[in-house]
Ligand binder design. Structure first.
Ligand code: CA
Length: 254
């Protein structure tokens, strides 16, 4: 009998509370129909200590996700039958496995695919061709972020977050840069909190729009861009860490 999802999540966050040296405990599902690429990914991930399983189709992937509950799914978009986007949406809509991290693989330069992937709930993406080493690094980073995200949720999603010398305190509605407070509007504050609490993750404009509830709602892509520009200006020297990902969206990055 396998552990319940909740127990598994708890066990995972305990494992991750230490260093990154827990790769051997993490289970990766590689979903890729090109056999050579599947082998290459498996080889590189196993070499780093991950337990790896492979699926060559969307149907097989969905079956293994439920049966094995991997920690991360490396998911190709172009698959025979059920494609990667559909697999991603199915995982996200399933309560039991919905929190599994997903790194999507897309054809080179297809920004529309990247945006669609992120909006379907992917945590990160890589465009082909990519270096296996970078993929392993992305898998590691995404695992770390997902576990940090778990901690965030435990505190009602209102936990103080820090990135370098920027501190965002949602309870006091305060942003400090090098210990000096800066003045942000409600929308700018929400935007900064969203980006900084999942630093490194790209958010599409649509995801930003959807997360901005309340009276100061941002409603168009252009409005998001304007808010980002204002926020960047107010962040001064740290504004350069708020990076535009061309054709896709924005991220906060060191
Ligand atoms: Ca493919």
């Amino acid at each position: 009998m396998s552990k319940s999802g909740l127990e598994k999540v708890k066990a995972r966050s305990r494992l991750d509370s230490g260093s990154d040296e827990t790769a051997q405990c993490h289970h990766v599902l590689v979903v890729e129909d090109e056999r050579d690429l599947q082998d290459l990914l498996k080889y590189n991930l196993e070499r780093e200590g991950y337990r790896v399983q492979c699926a060559g189709s969307g149907e097989q992937a969905l079956k293994l996700v439920v049966e094995k509950q991997p920690d991360v799914v490396v998911l190709d978009l172009m698959l025979p039958g059920v494609d990667g986007l559909e697999v991603c949406r199915s995982i996200r809509s399933n309560q039991e496995v919905g929190k599994i991290a997903i790194v999507m693989l897309t054809a080179k330069g297809s920004e529309a695919d990247v945006v669609a992937g992120l909006e379907a709930g992917a945590d990160d993406y890589m465009t082909k061709p990519f270096s296996p080493r970078e993929l392993v690094a992305r898998v590691r980073a995404v695992l770390r972020r997902v576990n940090e995200g778990g901690d965030l949720k435990k505190g009602n999603g209102k936990r103080m977050v820090r990135f370098g010398e920027v501190t965002v305190d949602p309870l006091r509605h305060e942003v400090l840069i090098q210990d000096k407070p800066i003045n942000l509007t409600v929308t700018e504050f929400k935007l900064l909190y969203q980006l900084i609490s999942r630093a490194g993750r790209v958010f599409t404009r649509q995801q930003i729009i959807e997360s901005m509830h309340g009276p100061h709602t941002v409603v168009t892509d252009r409005a998001v861009d304007v808010q980002i520009l204002n926020l960047r200006r107010k962040l001064g020297d740290f504004g350069s860490k708020l990076v535009t990902v061309r054709g896709v969206g924005y991220k906060f990055s060191g």
